[in-house]
Write a protein that binds this ligand. Structure first.
Ligand SMILES: [Zn+2]
Ligand SMILES: [Zn+2]
Length: 347
């Protein structure tokens, strides 16, 4: 006699009986209390999961004994697990998943807001906080991030903005350590941007402009091998999209072919034609070299903004934060090549 004998059809029969006689009589008949944590969900109806499981046991052919409450060795979560394995939907009333932690994009916008008036940022009921809250919700929609009804509401947004105070020497000096402990990302963003207000404002403006333009869809926001740039996810996505623009890539390649009659990586000199023969001819990737925050929706990309790079070097550029420049990758490649030939140097 155990829960593991339960079958889907037995559970369905118990559900049918529950529907027929109603929850109160059902619980009374089988001797169960109300569920506290887990509810079996069918369509728009919910059932006390443990009672259903107990009753269902009596519907198993050849085993016509319902389980009583005391027959359950495991708790409600065991029942939920068994029902889940039978393909049923079980809803837990346990604490709902918290809203996602603040992304870099969001923290950049919040810090930009804070820096405008650190001594006295607009209050939680101000229209400015309301506007920031709205922007963050739009951003989340673009990036496919979802939360509950409280997601980035004015109150939470204000708290987050004020969190920056604990990093602010102007306030730490008077013993004000801010409202609460936040994530490491908050500190990183503070360290990277608080000392360069020009860059912070430029990046924040670029993010806001991209939110307003709203030309991205959730389907286009996969980063693949690209690490998110210091400037946040949204601008990273826009960068990637520019690099994948077929027309631009073809035009840049044609320019190189016209000028040099070949396609070579600007970081390591690899030519796919040289390495792979005719199969590699005409292949190369492009990397967009301009700082992310200088790119605006609708801006024309100049061919001079695109560097030719092989697939390997391109991945190394984007591998982690901060991204490397083509020059930096070239330096790495040269360094390694030199280190690999010590005997040649000594000749
Ligand atoms: Zn290369
Ligand atoms: Zn790139």
């Amino acid at each position: 006699m155990s829960l593991s004998d339960l079958t889907r059809s037995a559970v369905e029969l118990a559900i049918a009986e529950y529907d027929q006689i109603g929850p109160e009589r059902f619980l009374e008949k089988y001797g169960f209390g109300k569920a506290r944590k887990y509810f079996l969900v069918v369509g728009d109806r919910e059932y006390h999961s443990k009672a259903i499981a107990g009753a269902a046991h009596g519907y198993i052919p050849g085993q016509p004994m319902p389980l009583r409450s005391i027959d359950f060795s495991g708790g409600e979560n065991t029942v939920a697990h068994v029902l889940g394995n039978l393909g049923f939907v079980v809803r837990s009333t346990e604490a709902k998943p918290r809203n996602p932690t603040w992304s870099r994009d969001e923290l950049i916008l919040a810090l930009d807001f804070y820096m405008e008036n650190p001594a006295s940022p607009p209050g939680k009921t101000s229209s400015k906080i309301a506007k920031l809250s709205e922007e963050l919700n739009k951003l989340a929609a673009i990036l496919g991030v979802s939360g509950d009804g409280q997601f980035r509401n004015p109150n939470g947004v204000y708290m987050k903005v004020m969190n920056f105070r604990r990093f602010d020497p102007a306030f730490a000096a008077v013993g004000n350590s801010g409202l609460s402990h936040g994530g490491r990302q908050e500190e990183l963003v503070w360290n990277e941007f608080s000392q360069s207000s020009g860059r912070l404002h430029a990046v924040a403006s670029a993010i806001r402009a991209a939110i307003v333009a709203g030309t991205l869809s959730e389907a286009q926001t996969e980063l693949g091998y690209m690490a998110e740039a210091e400037e946040g996810r949204l601008l990273t996505v826009l960068h990637q999209r520019r690099e994948r623009n077929r027309k631009l890539v073809e035009a840049r390649k044609q320019k190189a072919l016209d000028e040099t009659n070949e396609l070579r990586c600007e970081a390591c000199d690899l030519s796919f034609g040289d390495r792979y023969g005719p199969h590699g001819d005409g292949f190369i990737e492009v990397h967009h070299v301009r700082p992310l925050h200088t790119l605006r929706e609708g801006d024309k990309t100049a061919l001079s903004d695109l560097a030719l790079v092989c697939a390997n070097c391109h991945r190394m550029i984007h591998r982690r934060q901060p991204w490397l420049s083509v020059k930096q990758v070239r330096a790495l490649v040269n360094e390694m090549a030199t280190a690999a030939r010590p005997q040649l140097r000594s000749v």
